[in-house]
Design a protein around this ligand. Structure first.
Ligand code: HXC
Length: 260
């Protein structure tokens, strides 16, 4: 069944980048069950698609996503959310093995900001607005807002946004370490696509190893992370792409990756 709340396209000169656009404009892309299920299904398909080297996740100019769907949550009770593992399906985003670039224009609030932080790179449009306003509606972030923000950015800003519900600008989010680059809003997606194409031109096998290694820095201790990095580095020597990359450098020619 074709998705209704997201749009999936192949973009870039070689069509090697998948562009997923959250498309529930009337609710500012509030992340309801159906939208997240469609996103999970699409990410699984793209992860297994050899033509795709990188995925971009974006919303509209007005909203990346204004959070989890508050109207869908309002009547839920503890046994249902705990027993039913509410939000479990969101793990599909962080368990995607290909790189995902979040291209954030407009609001990235609550679950919207958490969704962006599950991606690997966050590019922001110059008018993007980030925040964790859950405290305003009597709850707390539930999909990484207190954890990822603290690890990727800094504790003081994580505390401030989560405790006050204050919204911050793209510039502040960049200074806080959440966002890597800011672009004019109307150039954002094309810039993300350029980066996506660059990643897609690398060896997909090696790219996966890079993602796994960087993630280890955020999921383990430094000692374990360094060990994992070293082992993955060693593992590149079991690939043809490592041999090809170094040979091509020595022969002053572009490499021809085979993902073997
Ligand atoms: C459901 C939402 C929504 C949301 C907006 N809408 N955010 N519906 N869930 N999170 C709907 C509005 O109800 C409205 O629909 C329409 O989108 C347009 O929104 P407006 O409020 O009229 O727009 P505006 O005045 O421009 O204000 C934009 C806004 C505001 C500042 C983003 O909508 C807002 O504060 N939204 C809630 C943000 C938030 O609290 N997010 C955290 C959610 S909790 P109708 O049909 O009524 O006109 C969360 C928990 C995370 O994410 C837990 C883990 C995932």
């Amino acid at each position: 069944k074709a998705p209704e709340m997201i749009k999936v396209e192949r973009v870039g000169a070689k069509k090697s980048v998948a562009l997923i656009t959250l498309n529930r404009p009337k609710a500012l892309n509030a992340l309801c069950k159906q939208l997240m299920a469609e996103l999970a299904t699409s990410l699984k398909e793209l992860d297994n698609d050899n033509q795709v080297g990188c995925i971009i996740l974006t919303g509209s100019q007005r909203a990346f996503a204004a959070g989890a769907d508050i109207k869908e949550m309002v009547d839920k009770k503890f046994p249902e959310v705990f027993g039913g593992s509410f939000l479990e399906e969101w793990n599909a985003v962080s368990s995607t093995r290909k790189p995902i670039i979040a291209a954030v224009n407009g609001f990235a609030l609550g679950g919207g900001n958490e969704l962006a932080m599950m991606c690997d790179i966050i590019y922001a449009g110059d008018k993007a607005i980030f925040g964790q306003p859950e405290v305003n509606i009597g709850t707390i972030p539930g999909a990484g807002g207190t954890q990822r923000w603290s690890r990727f950015g800094n504790k003081s800003m994580a505390m401030e946004v989560c405790l006050t519900g204050n919204k911050i600008s793209a510039q502040e989010a960049k200074e806080a370490g959440i966002v890597s680059k800011i672009f004019p809003a109307d150039k954002l997606v094309e810039e993300a696509i350029k980066t996506g194409e660059k990643i897609s031109d690398q060896s997909p096998l090696i790219v996966q190893m890079v993602k796994e290694a960087v993630n280890a820095a955020y999921e383990t201790t430094l000692k374990q992370g360094l060990q994992e990095e070293r082992r993955l580095f060693h593992a590149t020597f079991a690939t043809n792409d490592r041999k090809e990359g170094m040979t091509a450098f020595a022969e002053k020619r572009p490499p021809n990756w085979t993902s073997t």
